[in-house]
Design a protein around this ligand. Structure first.
Ligand SMILES: Cc1ncc(COP(=O)(O)O)c(C=O)c1O
Length: 431
C-alpha cells in the first residue's frame, strides 16, 4: 500500500538531525505516525507535503479563528510591513489597538503587548505580587498557563494518585529542570467548598488566583454556575487579584472574552492566540490602579520584539473583521451543531463519548463518567482510544488536536460540519 505520509516521514527523519525532536514546540511531537510537514493553508483547510488535504479543527492550536490565510489580514500585514517591521519605538497603529481593546474588554483600562501568552502570564503574576506585596498564589490542577517555570506545575499528572489528596493537592512538576516550587496553593477547579476552605486558610497571603475561565486545556470544562462569581467575591474580600487567562477564550467567546460572556470582571487578564490570527501578539490587560505599577516602571515589562508591525496590523484587521461580520453567532451555531451531531452519532452506536464545551471550542473524549467537572475527572478519559480516533480521522482528511479539543473557525461552512460529523460516524462504525 502506498505510504500517505512518505515525504513527511523523510523530512521528519532529516529534521531530527538538526531540530531537537524534529519540532519547535513540545505539543507538535505527538502527531502520528510522524509530525506532518505542511505546505500551504487556506480557509478551513491545509495541505501536507504529500498532497493530502485536511479539514482543520486545530486552528493551529487556536489562533486561526478567521481561518487560514485570511486575505484581509495578510494584506494588512503586508501593507504595514512595507513601511517597516519593528520600530522598537511608538507608532499610531499600536495605540489604536490598545484603544480598541480597552473599548472591548471589560477589565482593560490599560494594556501592554508582548509576543506570547506565556510572557503575558509571567508579567501578570509579577504585577500581582508587586501590587499586593504578597508572594503566594493559587492555581488550579489541569489549567495551562504557558510553559514558563512558575506556572509549570500541576498542568498534568500520570494518575489521580500523583496529584495527592483532593483536599490538599501537591504541586506536580511538568518538566525536569524547573526551579524551586513557587509558594503555590493548588486546588481542583469547580469545587466551591475547597475554594472557600483555601481562602479561609491562605486568603490573606494570596497575591492572586489565576484561572482559565473555561478549562479549555483539559476537557473544555465550563465553570459551574456561580463559580467565577465566587472567585471574584473571595478575591475582593481578601485583597487578592483575580487573573483570567483568556489566551484561548479571548475574542473567541465574544469580543469581550469570557469575562463579558460570563459577566465576571477580573483585575487582570491575558490574551493571545485568536487576537492576531496567528501573528505573534499577546496582551496583558487590567485595572488602571493595578497597571499603574507597570506604567510607572515599578514593575518591569519589556521585550525587544513587543508590538511589532505584523502582530499589531494583524490584530487590528482581525478585530475589524470580527466586528464587521458578527462572526460569533456563526461560531456558536456551527460549533453546537457539530457537537450535537457527534454526540448523536456516538449515542447511536452506544459509545461512551462525551462532547462538551461552549461551541466555538469543545472537547470530545471517551469516558464512562456522566459528569466531568475538574482535571481529576478528565484522567478517566481513554486517551489511547482517542489517539486512534484522531489518526483514523486524519486518514479521512480531518485534522484534530490529540488531546480532544476541537476549534471552530469563521471559515467552517455547514458542509464542513457535515463532513466532519460523517467522518467521525464512519470511524466509530468501523471501530
Ligand atoms: C490558556 C493558555 N494560557 C497560556 C498559553 C500560553 O500561550 P503561548 O503558547 O502563546 O505562550 C496557552 C497556550 O496554549 C493557553 O492555552
Amino acid at each position: 500500500m502506498a505510504d500517505r505520509y512518505r515525504r513527511s516521514r523523510e523530512l521528519y527523519e532529516r529534521a531530527c538531525r538538526s531540530l531537537a525532536g524534529g519540532v519547535s514546540s513540545e505539543f507538535r511531537r505527538f502527531s502520528q505516525p510522524v509530525p506532518l510537514f505542511y505546505e500551504r493553508a487556506a480557509g478551513a483547510r491545509l495541505w501536507d507535503v504529500d498532497g493530502n488535504e485536511y479539514l482543520d479543527f486545530t486552528l493551529s492550536q487556536g489562533p486561526l479563528l478567521l481561518g487560514h490565510s485570511h486575505a484581509e489580514v495578510l494584506r494588512a500585514v503586508a501593507e504595514a510591513t512595507e513601511r517597516g517591521q519593528l520600530f522598537a519605538g511608538q507608532y499610531q497603529a499600536e495605540l489604536e489597538l490598545a484603544e480598541a481593546i480597552c473599548g472591548l474588554v471589560p477589565c482593560a483600562e490599560l494594556v501592554r503587548f508582548s509576543l506570547s501568552g506565556s510572557e503575558a502570564v509571567h508579567a501578570a503574576l509579577r504585577l500581582a505580587r508587586a501590587y499586593t506585596g504578597r508572594q503566594r498564589w493559587l492555581r488550579f490542577e489541569g489549567h495551562y498557563h504557558g510553559w514558563f517555570d512558575e506556572v509549570a506545575w500541576s498542568i498534568s499528572a500520570p494518575s489521580v494518585e500523583a496529584l495527592g489528596p483532593v483536599e490538599a493537592p501537591r504541586p506536580v512538576p511538568w518538566s525536569e529542570g524547573l526551579g524551586p516550587c513557587p509558594p503555590l496553593v493548588v486546588l481542583p477547579w469547580n469545587n466551591e467548598p475547597l475554594l472557600r476552605e483555601a481562602f479561609a486558610r491562605w486568603g490573606h497571603e494570596l497575591a492572586a488566583v489565576i484561572t482559565e475561565p473555561v478549562m479549555c486545556n483539559h476537557g473544555c470544562i465550563e465553570p459551574q454556575p456561580g463559580y467565577l462569581q465566587l472567585l471574584r467575591e473571595l478575591c475582593s474580600q481578601y485583597g487578592s487579584l483575580l487573573i483570567f487567562d483568556e489566551v484561548i477564550t479571548g475574542f473567541r467567546l465574544g469580543l469581550g472574552g469570557a469575562q463579558a460572556y460570563y459577566g465576571v470582571t477580573p483585575d487582570l487578564a491575558v490574551f493571545g492566540k485568536a487576537l492576531a490570527s496567528g501573528f505573534p501578539l499577546s496582551v496583558l490587560a487590567g485595572r488602571r490602579e493595578v497597571m499603574r505599577l507597570v506604567a510607572e516602571g515599578r514593575v518591569i515589562h519589556a521585550g525587544t520584539m513587543n508590538s511589532g508591525q505584523p502582530g499589531v496590523a494583524a490584530a487590528l484587521a482581525t478585530l475589524r473583521i470580527m466586528q464587521g461580520e458578527a462572526i460569533h453567532t456563526q461560531l456558536f451555531e456551527r460549533g453546537r451543531r457539530l457537537m450535537q451531531q457527534l454526540q448523536e452519532a456516538a449515542a447511536s452506536l452506544a459509545l461512551p463519548v462525551r462532547v462538551m464545551g461552549p461551541g466555538p471550542m469543545f472537547h470530545v473524549g471517551f469516558t464512562p463518567l456522566a459528569v466531568v467537572r475538574d482535571y481529576r475527572d478528565t484522567l478517566h478519559y481513554d486517551r489511547a482510544r482517542y489517539a486512534a480516533f484522531v489518526q483514523a480521522m486524519q486518514e479521512r482528511g480531518i485534522r484534530l488536536i490529540g488531546r480532544g479539543l476541537w476549534y471552530i473557525s469563521a471559515a467552517h461552512t455547514e458542509a464542513d460540519v457535515e463532513q466532519a460529523a460523517q467522518a467521525a460516524a464512519e470511524v466509530w462504525r468501523a471501530a
